[in-house]
Design a protein around this ligand. Structure first.
Ligand code: C2E
Ligand code: CA
Ligand code: CA
Length: 408
């Protein structure tokens, strides 16, 4: 899909669109005022005057019908264009009942509009068009702006990867990193992934973003390996974990990008561990063949957030994954909750039986670490060992630390 974030300037009096035109963009007013009107010979009927932050022209874009009214710049204006795809993809993926209601609503608004033109019922007309209660738009407008900024962020190279260490609990040695994406937005600051990945999923931005993450994580891992080899005079025994979301699994380019990224940076497939969630498993068979393909290539798979989703023990044995990642929510209450200890102990025993070593997430205290270790957990990740940090800091702290551990 393509979302434009281009702004256009309109001089006072300029026609923005005309009644009857077929439309493929809606508009958000960044500056100035816009008048919506029904052309009526020399006596145009003014429907509404819209202000900064309001959206207009969205009706035709939604249902592909010609414009029901005209719009012109009442003052000099700056206006952002919102492409059809951005609205339509959202509507198409919505509940069929919602789609039906939208269609009905639009046709009612349009027929009201025809009936009232020429009659002196401008107030009714305004109401039937949903004007002027545009204050209600602000959340939607903010969401659209957020999406546009997010899409531009990929072109503007505003995404960065941070890396969090994963530790072998047996001897506290570093055994890998998880790559975690952040949006370093010039206007919003460093945005956490849980605040933008949902939108990235909804708009399919996750597909090109996921490709970028894959490539960047491989590039960074190559740098880590090079630096390690330089400092330690030997190749590291480390892996790089990369999160993969549902839409990426159906990306036809996924394996091409994976293969390119591995080859471009001289990595082995087994250097990479792809983290998928249980919810993805619930989506059906395509995931099984996707995992099989990963395994044929030699890439490792970890089942993330284990215990929070749909995990049915019956198909766990059939899941062709290498590791289970026990969710942070278990680790958080582990020390104070004996029943959670029983659950985690059973998960670890089962994982041992299935030869799928456990990685425990979100370890923040020494007590949690010792408990997990006593229960037989293999690997740990959490603030106790290190927070996710930028590549430069990873090399300075972790790679140098490896050297000092060796020296000790
Ligand atoms: P996740 O895959 O479960 O990643 C672990 C999250 O837990 C990370 O949050 C990490 O910073 C946080 N965490 C790690 N240790 C601790 C701890 O000791 N205490 C606490 N309180 N938190 C800890 P983050 O980076 O905000 O990522 C959130 C989620 O966003 C991730 O959860 C993952 O589902 C998703 N995500 C992050 N990066 C990517 C990515 O590159 N691609 C995709 N598809 N999803 C990503
Ligand atoms: Ca993860
Ligand atoms: Ca997780």
């Amino acid at each position: 899909m393509s979302i434009t974030s281009k702004s256009q300037k309109f001089k006072k009096g300029t026609l923005i669109f005309n009644e009857g035109e077929v439309s493929d963009v809606a508009y958000i007013i960044d500056q100035g005022q816009v008048e919506i009107f029904i052309p009526n010979g020399t006596n145009d009927i003014s429907v509404s005057v819209l202000e900064q932050g309001q959206i207009f022209g969205e009706m035709g874009v939604i249902d592909d019908s010609p414009r029901a009214a005209s719009a012109r710049a009442k003052t000099d204006c700056v206006i952002s264009l919102v492409k059809k795809d951005q609205l339509q993809e959202r509507i198409q993926s919505s509940d069929p009942v919602v789609r039906l209601v939208i269609r009905r609503l639009l046709s009612r608004v349009r027929s009201n509009l025809k009936l009232t033109v020429g009659e002196e019922t401008h107030q009714d007309l305004r109401q039937s068009l949903g004007f002027p209660n545009h204050a209600d738009d602000s959340d939607v407008v903010e969401k659209i702006k957020f999406e546009q900024d997010l899409v531009s962020a990929l072109d503007n190279e505003e995404f960065v990867l941070h890396f969090q260490p994963i530790i072998d609990l047996k001897d506290d040695r570093l055994c890998g990193f998880e790559a975690l994406v952040r949006w370093d937005s010039p206007v919003r600051g460093l945005v956490r992934p849980d605040l933008f990945l949902g939108v990235a999923e909804e708009t399919s931005l996750i597909v090109p973003l996921g490709r970028w993450i894959l490539h960047k994580a491989c590039e960074s891992f190559h740098e880590i390996r090079q630096k390690y080899a330089e400092v330690n005079q030997e190749q590291p025994d480390l892996f790089m974990s990369i999160n993969v979301s549902a839409k990426q699994v159906s990306d036809p380019e996924f394996f091409k990008v994976l293969d390119n990224s591995i080859k471009s940076f001289g990595l082995q497939p087994g250097d990479l561990k792809l983290e998928i969630t249980e919810s993805l498993y619930a989506e059906g068979n395509s995931v099984t063949s996707w995992i099989d393909q990963c395994k044929r290539i030699g890439v490792l798979i970890a089942l993330d957030d284990f215990g929070t989703g749909y995990s049915s023990l019956s198909y766990l044995s059939r899941m062709n994954v290498d590791n289970l990642k026990v969710d942070r929510s278990f680790v958080k209450v582990l020390a104070d909750d004996p029943s959670t200890q029983v659950v985690v102990k059973s998960i670890i025993q089962m994982a041992q039986g299935l030869k799928k070593p456990i990685i425990a997430e979100g370890i923040e205290t020494e007590e949690q670490k010792l408990l997990l270790k006593a229960l037989g957990c293999h690997f740990g990740q959490g603030f106790l060992f290190g927070k996710p940090i930028a590549l430069r800091d990873v090399i300075e702290t972790w790679i140098m630390l490896e050297e000092s551990q060796k020296a000790a």
